[in-house]
Ligand binder design. Structure first.
Ligand SMILES: [Zn+2]
Length: 278
């Protein structure tokens, strides 16, 4: 059986064709959220077209932002606001003539992580343009958060702290996302650089870059201990582009695992399979 998993993040879209839970084909596109709904939908469809074939049974898609599971729409999305309340599921079902399931990207990542790491109680955290997360409790994905305030990425770790993309203050995302690291560096130096470049600079002895990465690590430690307290997980799986910065991983009382690649795509495909009643 062939399934497609799609992961729509703040900066990139990935789509993969899976067969026997192995990725046999994968493509990446820019999200281009600033260009608006038409551009983002076009990028999603073009990514899926590249991996689609007539033997595909279903498509699972994860999008950054809390989702209303009954309506199958994103209800809030600080990084892709143009997709809020857009019937992406219906559009894809019409385009590809297969069943589509839509959910939050971090929840799909958690499903994929559970398939690989198999812990009964675990949490998953994605550190990308934004920060997402979800927990598996008793081998089941926890229920959908109703709004950004209930999401792991938007737990308040600093009262009256930095302004977050969601509009609240002091969220985990405002301290440890790629965007947060870049903004902090820009604020201190006046220079724009990617989180990856900042980490490289820190390794080469750039004191400000070192400070920025250390701050992010300390805040991540705070966030992880709150996640540990809330869910009591056996492990916390951490993924997303920022998790490639090894210096950002703090000491933690809970076992931290740097995720393998593509867990969100695997999770989206797993979710798609659940539509097929087999
Ligand atoms: Zn927030």
């Amino acid at each position: 059986m062939k399934l497609i998993g799609v992961d729509v993040g703040g900066s990139k879209i990935e789509a993969a064709l899976l067969s026997g839970w192995k990725i046999v084909k994968k493509v990446r596109r820019k999200t281009e959220a600033a260009k608006g709904r038409g551009a983002v939908l076009k990028n999603i469809i073009s990514a899926i077209e590249k991996v689609f074939d007539s033997s595909v049974s279903a498509i699972g898609i994860g999008i950054a932002g809390p989702v209303n599971p009954k309506k199958s729409v994103v209800v809030e999305s600080p990084h892709i606001p143009c997709l809020v309340n857009v019937p992406v599921k219906d559009i894809l079902e019409k385009t590809f003539k297969v069943k589509v399931v839509l959910d939050n990207d971090a929840r799909m990542f958690a499903l994929g992580a559970h398939k690989i790491y198999k812990a009964k109680n675990m949490a998953a955290l994605t550190l990308g343009t934004g920060v997402g997360g979800a927990a598996i409790l008793n081998n089941k994905l926890e229920k959908n958060p109703r709004n950004a305030g209930e999401e792991i990425g938007h737990m308040v770790i600093e009262k009256n702290g930095r302004r977050c993309a969601c509009g609240a203050r002091g969220c985990l995302e405002a301290y440890v996302s790629g965007e947060a690291i870049e903004l902090r560096y820009e604020r201190l130096t006046g220079k724009k650089a990617s989180a990856k470049k900042i980490a490289d600079a820190a390794r080469k002895g750039d004191k400000t870059a070192e400070k920025v990465i250390k701050e992010a690590r300390d805040y991540l430690a705070k966030g992880l201990s709150m996640i540990a307290e809330k869910y009591n997980p056996e492990i916390i799986v951490v993924g997303g582009g920022v998790s490639n910065i090894r210096e950002i991983f703090p000491d933690s009382e809970v076992k931290l695992v740097k995720s393998r690649q593509n867990l969100a795509l695997l999770g989206a495909a797993l979710h798609a399979q659940s539509l097929l009643n087999i």
